[in-house]
Design a protein around this ligand. Structure first.
Ligand code: ATP
Length: 253
């Protein structure tokens, strides 16, 4: 049975499902109203990209999987939109690459933090043995104002590789300035977050997270040399240019 009252064959099924999940997230207190605006912006870009994973985004997802497998301390950051759209998928990815998950909010309130932690637990975090961080709030990202600077010292604070889906540009830049290797998922190839990332994945998070997990499972037996080669051969500027090309040309084939 579908989560929404629309058949999966409907041409706009995925976009309707996304809207439904974001709306449900707002009702449940895990997504902010600002999150609705971010969703609208993302949808417009997804439409221009043909609502599918373009080849360069698939390559980026593979490089992201390799980076996460190579990382000493990988952390996946979850905000209100991510929690509403892909809670179980984030847990699956964390389990596949041995990462922690950290709840990190632009509009941080204790209530929303707790609601998201609970939501991730309801989606199997404990069963999968995935640590959920974010409540300790004992670390800071230099160069940001108090609310947005807050992280866990033993989470994002000490991570070497961070996956930051749907991140705001300021924070993405500040994390990069701290020396973190960033993987960003953002449908807008022109956003500062995407431009800052070592690995920008220009794709809908609904498709991108399961895709990274699939690549990670395929690469689980690969040697470090092989993983390093995949990362080395990935060119972020080329990936962003390829996405922009699809948008500008309207050539969806
Ligand atoms: P920046 O500061 O990096 O230039 P911004 O101000 O546009 O970015 P926000 O509005 O905070 O950033 O973040 C929303 C971003 O997330 C947008 O770039 C939007 O395209 C992207 N986005 C929204 N929904 C999704 C989704 N489902 N999958 C992937 N990206 C998404």
């Amino acid at each position: 049975m579908s989560e929404i009252d629309v058949p999966e064959s409907h041409p706009r099924y995925q976009s309707l499902l996304t809207r439904h999940r974001i709306e449900a997230g707002v009702e449940k207190g895990i997504t902010s109203k600002q999150g609705l605006i971010a969703e609208g912006r993302g949808e417009a870009f997804d439409y221009l990209l043909g609502e599918r994973t373009i080849a360069s985004a698939d390559e980026a997802a593979r490089a992201a999987a390799a980076l996460l497998l190579l990382a000493e301390r990988p952390v996946l950051s979850v905000n209100g939109n991510v929690a509403a759209l892909v809670p179980g998928e984030m847990i699956d990815l964390a389990a596949a690459v041995g990462a922690d998950v950290e709840v990190n909010l632009f509009n941080r309130t204790d209530e929303r933090m707790r609601a998201i932690v609970d939501h991730l637990r309801e989606h199997g975090a404990d069963d999968a043995g995935v640590p959920i961080k974010g409540l300790a709030a004992d670390g800071r990202i230099p160069g940001l104002d108090h609310e947005r600077a807050t992280v866990d010292a033993d989470g994002i604070g000490s991570a070497d590789v961070v996956l930051v889906p749907l991140e705001d540009g300021d924070r993405a830049e500040a994390l990069s300035a701290m020396g973190k290797t960033e993987i960003v998922i953002d449908l807008n190839p022109l956003s500062r977050s995407a431009q800052t990332a070592a690995v920008p994945i220009v794709d809908n998070i609904l498709r991108a997270i399961p895709n990274i997990t699939e690549h990670a499972r395929e690469l689980s037996a690969a040697s470090d040399e092989e993983l390093e080669r995949i990362v080395r051969e990935f060119d972020p500027e080329r990936a962003l240019a390829a996405a922009e090309d699809v948008i500008r040309s309207g050539d969806l084939d």
